[in-house]
Design a protein around this ligand. Structure first.
Ligand code: GDP
Ligand code: MG
Length: 340
């Protein structure tokens, strides 16, 4: 056997062990599998792909919920309180994050771990706070694969925390069945502070921090959003977006939010498969762009050609369409000459 066949055999064995571990609900295998799909190292790609392909048939049974909102809106603390409520109801809860801006720093992980301390220690929950930094497309792909992995491991409620700014919201919406927008009273994220585009994505608006001194302000914010929702059409057939209030500190309102989510799940059951089919098609587009990026990056000559073409496009000497065609021609040429 040559080295390449040896590598392949080791890779197959590694993939089989991970697949068995994830299916058995082994948390360490699950964590390792997620690390693999997040990896940008070319040598991890084959095993990551084999693991995802093998687990795909076991995924799909979860309800996928995006939890978005401006920084400080109370997302992490809400997820802790809400996640604990869900596990008490008999669910198994996975928490993922989508944040292309944040490097995998100890600080970020520590911050979220302390905020979700009790949930993190619960057997019935699995928390993966901060994915590695990367392009939005790459991070979205990895988070989509992480959803497959946690569902295959038996987690039936998947919460995806976003950063509340920019395009990560759209990416999260494209990976989930339901979109929660969290807004806090009296902290500058009242109606005018939240981008209308994000409000339009929301299936459920959760006004947080409805306790103590903030309670009256929470009521006003809820009324404002209620009025604003009346002017918008919901994005989902069979579901009218609504506003709920809660306090993660006192637990007030948390059961109503769980009820609202179950109502959404029941009302949209027939539509969910179609939604996911659409999302999967868009996922293919993302994966295609990512695969082309990787293939170009893995070949020194093509990487050089890309850099040269980028400079030509930037300076207006060549159009993007012609440059892209030249790169694809370079890739096809490489594969045809067997140098892959
Ligand atoms: N009074 C009150 N404060 C809250 C509540 N939830 C969160 N907070 C406060 O909001 C801050 C930010 O919460 P966090 O969950 O980290 O926000 P994130 O950035 O959206 O994840 C926390 O440090 C708390 O002080 C709540 O239910 N009641
Ligand atoms: Mg947070």
């Amino acid at each position: 056997m040559n080295d390449r066949q040896d590598d392949q055999r080791d890779g197959n064995a590694a993939a089989r062990a991970l697949v068995a571990g994830v299916c058995a609900g082994d948390r360490r295998a699950l964590a390792r599998a997620i690390t693999l799909v997040e990896s940008t190292r070319p040598e991890d790609a084959a095993v990551a792909e084999a693991v995802v392909e093998a687990l795909l048939p076991y995924a799909g049974n979860g309800l996928r919920i995006a939890v978005s909102g401006a920084p400080g809106a109370g997302k992490s603390i809400f997820i802790e309180a809400f996640g604990l409520h869900l596990v008490q109801q008999g669910h198994r809860v996975a928490v993922l994050a989508i944040d292309p801006s944040s490097p995998r720093s100890g600080g970020a992980i520590l911050g979220d771990k302390t905020r979700m301390d009790r949930l993190a220690r619960d057997e019935r929950a699995f928390i993966r706070p901060t994915p590695s930094a990367g392009t939005l497309g790459g991070v979205a792909l990895a988070t989509g694969e992480a959803i497959t992995l946690v569902e295959a491991a038996g987690f039936d409620r998947v919460l995806v925390e976003t950063v509340g700014v920019g395009q990560s919201e759209t990416a999260a919406a494209d990976l989930t069945d339901m979109f929660l927008l969290l807004v806090a009273p009296g902290s500058g994220d009242e109606l005018q502070g939240v981008k209308r585009g994000i409000v339009e994505l929301a299936d459920l608006i959760v006004v947080t921090k409805g306790d103590g001194d903030l309670k009256p302000a929470a009521g006003r914010v809820a009324a404002d959003y209620h009025a604003a929702l009346g002017l918008m059409r919901g994005a989902v057939p069979g579901w009218t977006p609504r506003v709920e209030r809660c306090s993660a500190f006192t637990g007030e309102g948390i059961p109503r939010i769980a009820d609202a989510i179950e109502a959404f799940r029941a009302a949209t059951a027939g539509w969910r498969d179609r939604l996911r089919a659409e999302q999967a098609r868009r996922g293919l587009d993302r994966a295609l762009a990512d695969a082309i990026d990787r293939a170009l990056g893995a070949d020194a000559r093509l990487a050089g050609l890309r850099a040269a073409l980028e400079a030509e496009v930037a300076s207006g000497r060549r159009g993007p369409r012609a440059a892209a065609r030249a790169l694809v021609a370079g890739l096809l040429d490489r594969d045809a000459s067997g140098s892959a």
